[in-house]
Ligand binder design. Structure first.
Ligand code: ADP
Ligand code: GLC
Length: 476
């Protein structure tokens, strides 16, 4: 089966969050099952080396304001189709944001072009490769089903929601230049309270909709989590499913990870200590017996890290040490930097984005804190499980689906893999840390939980099979 992925990020080439990890991993898991995926991705500067190695398979004289071509290249085991359109994608800095931190003024044209070319490929643009279906990811690919609909195409489409908070909403005049018929601006398609939404158009017009965990699929139908699209999700309930994300075990495996000082397995857990020592040094933490809780995250209200800032003094007073890596909200960046100054040796903060350091943190920490207000799936708790770093998580979305809370019954039954808390409040978080500290004081219980966590099946096998079954149901 030939499957076209359309997405705005793909690890290891270009990544701002979990979307990239997923796009970079699923095709590798689908291949042995007979799913032949090509990924259409914008040729940002980070991909210029791959573009140079590629073969031109299509060209446009004028794609939303300039010439463009599609370059095919296989790199790091992935078959890429790179949309080389310098007027849209050849710019330095963040792929979504300009230098002032606002959205690029022409994001609708940039990702409209990506979606348009995705639809053209489905319609037969590339001579030797006809997709049987298109899987469009997040709002940046939301117009794929719209362009296909406008062309009267029967090629099935799956719209995958990684995060419904981002919807691609524009004033109707932004439709000019996107080459879409006026009837796209109706309530049964992309019209959204007088504006136009890329994601809504995709959700209304895709054949099927998936999201990245069963709990989030359910939550999306409620006003609290649907972010204004809960009505759409309820209307399309019969076509909606949640398939939990996995992780790429070629990249995230403590037994083979060549980025960390000391590899280890569930049987050689004590070796984790060497990574912990390296982590202490990196974050300027005083060596001690107390557990290190790490945070590896975008610093946003979604991630609930304002709750952590709120209770940080009490959490440190409980004896916890914190190692924080993240970027995002300036107020939170300052808050965590201040905390590191105030609690020298107990709190370490690194503001920035550092893939390799994130591996050391998973390898050397005792626990990972994820107090998200909503979390479609979340990947860092899965990396935590794999590295024996106990996830302490809010009970929402994919966090609820992947972690089993260490209540007394779960400990007795030998199934606990982490700590969950609910409601997601500052006090709830503080109490969850207290529960974690108490478990940590019981070395046998803690080590058993770590080993159990490491044995969880967090790879892509089961979920890749679920995607393939869905795709097959659309193409048979
Ligand atoms: P989201 O996609 O909402 O940001 P996920 O948990 O799905 O959340 O994925 C986040 C991904 O980004 C993980 O691979 C995580 O390790 C990585 N990440 C987040 N912040 C940083 C950072 N500051 N440095 C390195 N990696 C980070
Ligand atoms: C989004 C979500 C995150 C999810 C990721 C990959 O960024 O916020 O929860 O894990 O997409 O699907």
């Amino acid at each position: 089966m030939n499957i076209l992925f359309v997405a705005s990020e793909c690890a290891p080439f270009i990544k701002t969050g979990g979307l990239a990890d997923v796009i970079g991993a699923v095709p590798k898991a689908l291949k042995p099952l007979g799913g032949n995926v090509r990924i259409l991705l914008p040729a940002y500067p980070a991909l210029s080396g791959e573009v140079a190695k590629g073969t031109e398979v299509a060209a446009f004289d004028d794609l939303h304001g300039g010439p463009a071509r599609v370059m095919a290249v296989t790199a790091r085991g992935l078959d890429l189709l790179l949309l080389d359109a310098p007027h849209l994608f050849d710019r330095p800095g963040n792929i979504y944001l300009d230098h002032a931190g606002g959205d690029w003024h022409d994001n609708h044209l940039r990702f409209g072009a990506l979606s348009f070319v995705g639809a053209q490929i489905a319609l037969g643009l590339i001579p030797d490769w006809q997709p049987d279906l298109v899987n469009a990811h997040d709002w940046q690919a939301g117009l794929v089903p719209a362009y296909l609909h406008a062309a009267g195409s029967q090629v099935p489409t799956v719209m995958t929601i990684h995060n419904i908070a981002f919807q691609g909403i524009y004033d109707p005049d932004h439709l000019d230049g996107l080459n879409l018929p006026r009837d796209m601006f109706t309530v049964d398609k992309g019209e959204y309270y007088g504006r136009f939404s890329f994601l809504k158009a995709g959700l209304m017009l895709a054949t099927k909709i998936t999201t990245v965990s069963p709990t989030y699929a359910h939550e999306l139908m409620s006003p609290e989590f649907g972010m204004g699209l809960d009505g759409v999700m309820r209307a399309r309930r019969a076509d909606l499913s949640g398939i939990i994300n996995g992780i790429d075990l070629d990249v995230w495996d403590p037994e083979t990870d060549d980025t960390i000082p000391q590899v280890f397995t569930a049987k050689t857990l004590t070796k984790k200590a060497k990574n912990k020592a390296a982590l202490e040094e990196r974050f300027n933490l005083d060596p001690s017996d107390s557990p290190i809780f790490c945070i590896i995250s975008r610093l946003t209200t979604q991630k609930g890290l304002d709750l952590l800032l709120d209770r940080l003094p009490n959490i440190v007073n409980q004896g916890a040490r914190l190692a924080i890596l993240g970027t995002g909200d300036k107020g939170m960046e300052h808050g965590f930097a201040d905390a590191a100054n105030r609690y020298t040796g107990k709190v370490g903060t690194i503001i920035g984005y550092d893939e390799q350091l994130s591996h050391l943190m998973q390898a050397g920490s005792d626990a990972i804190l994820i107090p998200s207000r909503f979390e479609p799936c979340g990947l860092t708790q899965l990396y935590g499980l794999r590295y024996g770093t106990i996830p302490v998580v809010a009970r929402t979305g994919g966090l609820a689906d992947t972690i089993i809370d260490a209540n007394l019954a779960a400990i007795d039954a030998d199934v606990a893999t982490g700590i969950q808390f609910h409601p997601v409040t500052a006090i709830g978080l503080e109490q969850a840390v207290a529960r974690t500290m108490a478990l940590y004081q019981q070395p046998k219980v803690w080590a058993a939980m770590q080993r159990r966590a490491m044995r969880q099946p967090v790879g892509w096998d089961a979920s890749a099979a679920a995607y393939l079954a869905l795709f097959q149901s659309l193409t048979d």
